[in-house]
Ligand binder design. Structure first.
Ligand code: SF4
Length: 494
């Protein structure tokens, strides 16, 4: 096994939980460490640098990380040169508690300090005696807004093209933090105050990505449509970024997540409607269908406000898909209010909904002022009821596509084909040994599967839909247009 000058074997293992923001953070951290000679491994036993990029939005995600850390206790005892790091939201929220619960952890790095990771790993490894290190940002009450904001640095170094989930899709962070302070949410504490990146930086990053062969840009922000930055005397909003990115040669699709319903302005809807590269899809979480619950959550809008937004979307962008998040079993949720959430799924006909059972989070207003009083079995039952209704709606709406043609950006092998290949089974399509089941997304973000050559990954195809499930359109390829720069590379991950 090769060894680097500072005595590590160069193998890095990273485990990531949580949202797209965490996926991007991990990608950037790995890219930085590759410059120091590290190579990724998916075997924790083989690595002597192990990082855990964490999420604090739900208790389950935290338990998962503590279990993974627990499994390393013995490994660290027998191989003390291993460096174990905890990054991200849980690191910012729990800080020293992580060292208490998992004393074998060497470094704790919050979301706003990720640039420090290579230095911290080096110092930890070269220290004569073991020394735990921590790099975290200020808490929301620990200074002036300016001081707190500057302690949370957006981490956006240029990346290694090999590190993206697929070679032709890239996340681009356009803002960090959140100032909405929904009562159940830890994000304003773990990711700090809302800060938008300068448009010139974002555009340069997009141009570099386009030169590397990226075709789809997904702009990320906790409330991405609240983006606002003044540069050269002009205030830029998300719609301005979209117009600018639309002009970048090589970029074919532009999307953004996650939108805050109250900030869904007409200029943005017009940009989604008018720009040929804009994906006709919005992720705008309603969270609950009952005004009393929305008020307790401090979401800042009513169901009527949301309905007004949906009517504007439907009128401005016919055919636009909208997806939502819901919290079920929040404090004091009655059976009637739960039924209102179900009714809202039927009314707004979301493409899909991410439904989560309420999980009390320390440090939030809801945890300190409200009682988590809905029993777990009731949360579970309500969750299942909502899922059943959403699945019914999704399947009905997907059935509308049967017989139609959709334009699909091919992402690579479908999960089914990947699983078959992983088990060593024949993953080729019936009657065509060169083809396999591929998956991609339509212009309105629907998952589409069809048989085709894996070399189509990264190209745009016309697919005729002949069947569907609640989550997937199933079709056959009609035409294929292999784009420049599509080298037939299969995705690393999908
Ligand atoms: S808008 Fe609310 S739920 Fe979303 S990140 Fe901000 S505080 Fe959390």
């Amino acid at each position: 096994m090769s060894s680097s000058p500072d005595g590590h074997n160069g193998k890095l293992y990273i485990e990531t939980v949580g949202c797209q923001m965490n996926v991007l953070d991990s990608e950037l951290v790995v890219a930085a460490l590759r410059k120091d000679g590290y190579e990724l491994t998916d075997d924790p036993k083989a690595a002597d640098t192990l990082l855990f990029n964490t999420c604090s939005v739900r208790e389950h995600a935290e338990h998962k990380i503590y279990s993974s850390l627990g499994r390393l206790k013995y490994a660290k005892r027998t191989a003390p040169q291993k460096v174990i790091g905890v990054l991200g939201c849980m690191a910012q929220k729990d800080q020293d508690l992580i060292f208490e619960r998992a004393p074998h952890v060497d470094i704790v790095v919050g979301t706003g300090q990720l640039a420090e990771i290579p230095r911290l790993i080096k110092e930890t490894r070269s220290a004569e005696a073991r020394q735990q290190q921590k790099a975290v940002s200020l808490g929301r009450r620990d200074g002036s807004v300016l001081e707190i904001s500057s302690s949370f640095q957006s981490y956006d170094p240029l990346r290694d093209p090999e590190m993206r989930p697929t070679p032709f899709q890239a996340f681009v962070r356009i803002m960090i933090g959140c100032d909405k302070f929904c009562t159940y949410c830890v994000v304003p504490a773990t990711r700090g105050p809302e800060q938008s990146r300068p448009p010139s930086h974002i555009l340069s990053e997009v141009k570099v990505l386009a030169d590397q062969g990226v075709k789809e840009i997904c702009m990320l922000g906790q409330t991405v449509n609240s983006y606002k930055h003044t540069e050269d005397g002009r205030t830029h909003r998300l719609s301005d970024l979209m117009y600018a990115i639309n002009e970048v040669p090589g970029i074919e699709r532009i999307r953004f997540v996650t939108s805050y319903p109250k900030d869904m302005t007409d200029d943005l809807l017009h940009a989604v409607r008018d720009l040929p590269k804009a994906v006709k899809y919005l992720h705008a979480p309603l969270q609950h269908g009952c005004n009393d619950q929305l008020k307790l959550m401090k979401r800042g809008y009513t169901v009527e406000d949301y309905r007004e937004m949906m009517h504007r979307i439907w009128e401005t962008i016919p055919g636009c898909s909208v997806s939502s998040d819901f919290i079920v079993g929040f404090c004091g949720e009655s059976e009637e209010s739960h039924q209102l959430s179900i009714a809202s799924i039927r009314e707004f006909r979301f493409k899909n909904s991410f439904i989560f059972k309420y999980s009390e989070r320390g440090g939030t207003k809801a945890a300190s002022l409200m009682k988590d009083d809905i029993p777990e079995d009731v949360k579970k039952r309500r969750n299942n009821e909502m899922l059943a209704v959403q699945n019914e709606i999704s399947e009905e709406d997907n059935a509308e596509f049967i017989g139609r043609r959709v334009s699909v950006l091919v992402e690579g092998q479908s999960k089914t084909a990947e699983r078959k290949a992983a088990r060593g089974e024949d993953a080729s399509a019936p009657g065509d040994p060169l083809a396999t089941q591929l998956m991609g997304r339509s212009e309105c973000d629907r998952i589409v599967v069809f048989d085709g050559n894996p070399r189509l990954a990264g190209s745009t195809c016309e697919v005729e839909v002949h069947d569907c499930t609640g989550t997937t359109l199933i079709g056959s390829i009609v035409t294929k247009e292999v784009q420049h720069g599509s080298s037939g590379i299969l995705p690393i991950l999908s």
